[in-house]
Write a protein that binds this ligand. Structure first.
Ligand SMILES: Nc1ncnc2c1ncn2[C@@H]1O[C@H](COP(=O)(O)OP(=O)(O)O)[C@@H](O)[C@H]1O
Ligand SMILES: [Mg+2]
Length: 499
């Protein structure tokens, strides 16, 4: 029940206000009382002096008899006062109350002297001879006998009954109205405090609920916190809410990314093992045959089997090398060694490498070069890999009588290279996937023709490492063209001449 923030705040507030109320009450009552006493003492201040003048002096002697007369007369006029005659050392000589009820024998003369000095701050309290633990307001005056100091007249103001009557009166009126005022103020503050806490805690509660529901959906379904204000004017709670919203988005995205990565990794392993199994199986097949009937085979057959086995093992080696290369590109392990070179020369080299294969297939392979040459600032080895992959694909997917053309175009700070063929083309729905690793239109055919499905994935990573983009255009039955960019470089020597 007291576990909500609201109840904790509310209890704290109530306790605080009760303490505050008690403090107010105590201070008010003490001030009020001391003011009452001060007023009363001031009023009765000359009393002792007057009595000493009018009676003791007139009676002519300091006798018990004279005291009695005076005390009785006074008591009949004002029963709330008590009179004492003190010796010079402060001991009680005679008094107006029955002697048995006086307990102190001595009265401290220090307050009396300060009273007579006039330096006192009111109310000034002195000993009450009837109660050793209590002090009361008083009036006092020195008594002279034949011009010599002979003692003091000490009047305690406000007898026992007077005491409680005064207190009651005070409680009943002024103090009570002050109390009402304070109480009202405190209650008003309490109500306002509750309302403010309510406003603040409901928003926190909403935030907590949103987070709780998000958690119980296993971080799958976003439960947004709807802040009352936009991010610019938000207070701490709303900012917390905005941050939570962003974090929830991020968590959902990252979980999705993890799931995607996971399934991509599973696909990759499945594809890799499939791709490796096929050449491995055929390699084993040929080797087994050689082992089993090695003697029964003719020289020509044996050579054929050995050659085939060697080709399969080479293909395996290539595949593994490609996987390794892609893994390195993915991990960012590859550092570019950029240098300026003439792109036409590189293309000419690569075209030369594929010339024999193209002629064997009856495909015309050419480069259309403009009048001037272009300088690229790129990693030569990687650029050669990318180009080789594209030309290899183009030749493989183009039939006899077709053509593969490489063209170059300057495009601002980039050089654009296009490898176009007049081959089989790629269906529109497959186009977005050609750059995914292990994508092949037809697994069995591709494996038979030696493709790994990794070439375009590697090519794309290489182009992106150089800050370029690669795109594909294709019409089924008409042909395909791949276009990628490389950063253009300065003509070597151009900077040296400028310098
Ligand atoms: N020029 C092209 N014409 C038609 N299809 C192509 C062409 N280039 C790539 N493809 C398709 O994209 C797939 C992926 O190419 P790639 O990543 O180089 O793998 P691989 O060449 O090893 O199969 C190929 O298997 C093929 O189906
Ligand atoms: Mg390829």
């Amino acid at each position: 029940m007291f576990r909500t923030l609201y109840s904790k705040l509310a209890i704290t507030l109530v306790v605080l206000f009760l303490l505050l109320g008690a403090l107010f009450f105590t201070v008010m009552r003490a001030t009020f009382e001391s003011q009452q006493l001060a007023a009363e003492q001031q009023l009765n201040r000359p009393l002792a002096q007057r009595l000493v003048h009018e009676y003791l002096a007139g009676a002519g002697g300091l006798t018990a008899e004279a005291d009695r007369t005076l005390f009785d007369a006074m008591m009949s006029i004002n029963p709330t006062i008590e009179l004492y005659r003190l010796g010079l050392d402060g001991h009680v000589v005679s008094c107006s109350v029955p002697p048995g009820r006086v307990i102190r024998e001595f009265v401290d003369l220090d307050p009396v002297r300060r009273f007579l000095d006039g330096t006192a701050r009111w109310p000034l309290k002195g000993d009450d001879p009837r109660d050793p633990r209590r002090s009361k307001i008083f009036s006092a005056a020195p008594i002279l006998s034949n011009g010599e100091p002979a003692g003091y007249l000490y009047i305690v103001i406000g007898g026992e009954e007077q005491d409680s009557i005064a207190r009651k009166f005070a409680m009943d009126h002024t103090l009570m109205s002050a109390l009402w005022l304070i109480g009202g103020g405190l209650v008003l503050g309490l109500v306002a405090g509750f309302a403010a806490f309510g406003l603040l805690t409901t928003r926190l509660q909403r935030l907590a609920q949103a987070m709780e529901r998000f958690r119980s959906s296993n971080f799958a379904e976003k439960v947004p916190y709807l802040a009352g204000s936009d991010a610019a004017t938000a207070d701490e709670i709303d900012r917390l809410g905005h941050t939570y919203n962003q974090m929830a988005d991020r968590i959902i995205d990252q979980l999705q990314e993890l799931r995607d990565n996971d399934s991509a990794r599973r696909d990759l392993i499945a594809n890799v093992s499939h791709d490796l199994r096929t050449p491995l199986a055929s390699l084993r097949g040929y080797l087994d045959t050689l082992l089993l009937k090695g003697d029964a085979l003719s020289e020509r057959e044996r050579a054929f089997y050995l050659e085939t086995a060697a080709r399969q093992s080479e293909r395996l080696g290539n595949l593994v090398a490609q996987f390794f290369e892609l893994a390195k590109l993915d991990a960012g392990d590859i550092k570019l060694t950029r240098e300026p070179f003439v792109i036409e020369e590189l293309i000419q080299d690569v075209v030369q490498q594929f010339r024999i294969r193209a002629e064997g297939k009856g495909v015309e392979l050419s480069m259309t070069a403009g009048g001037r040459s272009h300088f690229a600032n790129a990693d030569i080895g990687l650029t050669e890999r990318a180009l080789g992959n594209l030309i290899d694909n183009a030749i493989r997917h183009t039939g006899s009588g077709g053509s593969v053309t490489v063209s170059i175009r300057a495009d601002g700070s980039m050089i654009e290279i296009t490898v176009a063929d007049t081959g089989s083309g790629i269906p529109r729905e497959a186009l977005p996937h050609v750059f995914e690793r292990s994508f092949t239109l037809d697994r069995s055919r591709s494996s038979a023709s030696g493709g790994s499905g990794l070439g375009l994935a590697i090519t794309k990573r290489i182009v992106e490492l150089h800050g370029g983009r690669i795109t594909v255009d294709s019409v089924v039955g008409e042909g395909t063209s791949f276009t990628f960019q490389l950063p253009a470089g300065d003509r070597p020597g151009a900077t040296a001449m400028a310098a």
